[in-house]
Each structure stands twice: as structure tokens, then as C-alpha cells.
Design a protein around this ligand. Structure first.
Ligand SMILES: C[S@@+](CC[C@H](N)C(=O)[O-])C[C@H]1O[C@@H](n2cnc3c(N)ncnc32)[C@H](O)[C@@H]1O
Length: 206
């Protein structure tokens, strides 16, 4: 079962391998996932609309950072699972490394904007404890998360737009302009560097 399945991109990847049910709190996401032919029901991660022990594996990705009470969500995931609870991927913006420095100086604005939107940008570091709190035995780690230069060059424009959008109204125009010039220089001479840690945790019921 996929908790916070969004439009169903991860379900799409996994559904050739197993039967998957998705759930998401947002009716628009539920409609989109259903539109791809996926089996999805609307529901809140903090009160999953399923009986105890309904699924072998219950997983989520990039969901816990948006959930108001992630401890409750993991507890619910453990309740409806027979065996495994897997947090496939949750970011931790506190470990972000960005070069050039002018762009790194926007990082604080980036985390502030996520917090204002209701997210926890530091949820990655909490995964192990969240799992243990739900009574699971846990194995956790970090995905590689390093952007290759090819990926950076391909996605540099979109990534800059998302940074600029997030910091708008927080960073001054001068800070954003300085960062953009440094970003463009980094793209031109290949020195742009981004590391966004994304963590995982695999929990097993005792
Ligand atoms: C960033 S998207 C991730 C989508 C998908 N898991 C993926 O990795 O592509 C986060 C999703 O979590 C959903 N979400 C947020 N809070 C939720 C909650 N309390 N219960 C269920 N879904 C929730 C949002 O509606 C959104 O679709």
C-alpha cells in the first residue's frame, strides 16, 4: 500500500511487480492516479481507512515531510501492515550542500518556505526514531543523492526556477540576482554542485 501516493508515479513503477492500493488525502491526486488505472482511495495517513494487518508492505515516499503528525502516520502504517513499513525516500534539507556559495546562502530561505507551507524539511533525520516509536525494528540509510553533472546541466533551469520561486519574498532581489549570476557561471563552467540528502528506513514488525 502506498501512503500519500500523489498521482501514482511510484505505484506505476511497482505495479508490474505486485498488487498495490494507494491512498492520498488530496481528491485531485486520487483522480489523477485513478486516471492512470491505479487502485486508489482517498484517505488520511494519520487515520488510514483500512483494517489492521491489511497489507504485506506499507510504504511511502516524499509524504512524511508533508504530514502534520508523522509519528501518527508511521503508527498507522504499522497498524495496517502485516510485515513491513518502508519509508522509501524522505529528504533532509539540513544536509543540503550547494556550490556556489551565493546559492547556498538561499538555503535558509528554502527551508523557511517549506516550513511555512506546512512541511518538515528535516524529517529525513527523524525516520529511524519514527519507526522505533511505532514498535518496528529498523534499518535505515541515505540514498546517494548526488546530482551528476549531466543531470544538473539537464535540469539546471527547472531547478533554479524552483529555488527562485521558493525564496521569492524572503530573499532580497539583490541576493537572488547575485545567486542567479553565480548559478549561471556554475552552469557555464561546470562547477555547479548539488547534494540533497534523501533518507530511507525499512521497518519490520516484531
Ligand atoms: C510530494 S507528494 C509525493 C507523492 C508520491 N508519494 C511520490 O513520491 O511521487 C506528497 C503527497 O502526500 C499527500 N499527503 C500529504 N498529507 C497527507 C496525509 N495526511 N494523508 C495522505 N496523503 C497526504 C499529498 O496530497 C501529496 O500527494
Amino acid at each position: 500500500m502506498d501512503v500519500g501516493c500523489g498521482p501514482g508515479l511510484v505505484m506505476d513503477l511497482l505495479s508490474p511487480l505486485m498488487d498495490i492500493t494507494g491512498t492520498d488525502i488530496d481528491p485531485m491526486m486520487v483522480r489523477k492516479a485513478k486516471g492512470r488505472g491505479l487502485n486508489v482511495v482517498q484517505g488520511d495517513a494519520m487515520a488510514l481507512p483500512f483494517d489492521d494487518r491489511s497489507f504485506d508492505i506499507v510504504y511511502c515516499s516524499f509524504t512524511l515531510l508533508w504530514v502534520r503528525d508523522p509519528a501518527k502516520a508511521v503508527e498507522e502504517m504499522a497498524r495496517v501492515s502485516r510485515r513491513y513499513v518502508i519509508c522509501l525516500a524522505e529528504p533532509d534539507y539540513g544536509g543540503r550542500i550547494c556550490c556556489p556559495q551565493e546559492v547556498a546562502e538561499l538555503d535558509g530561505h528554502l527551508t523557511d518556505s517549506l516550513i511555512e507551507e506546512g512541511a518538515d524539511p528535516f524529517v529525513g533525520r527523524k525516520l529511524t526514531q519514527l519507526m522505533k516509536g511505532a514498535g518496528l525494528t529498523v534499518e535505515s540509510g541515505v540514498h546517494e543523492g548526488l546530482w551528476s553533472s549531466e543531470q544538473l546541466m539537464k535540469e539546471a533551469d527547472a531547478e533554479w526556477l524552483s529555488i527562485a520561486d521558493a525564496v521569492r519574498g524572503r530573499a532580497s532581489d539583490a541576493e537572488v540576482e547575485k545567486a542567479k549570476l553565480a548559478w549561471d557561471r556554475g552552469v557555464a563552467d561546470g562547477s555547479l554542485f548539488l547534494f540533497n540528502p534523501v533518507l530511507y528506513a525499512i521497518g519490520r514488525k516484531r
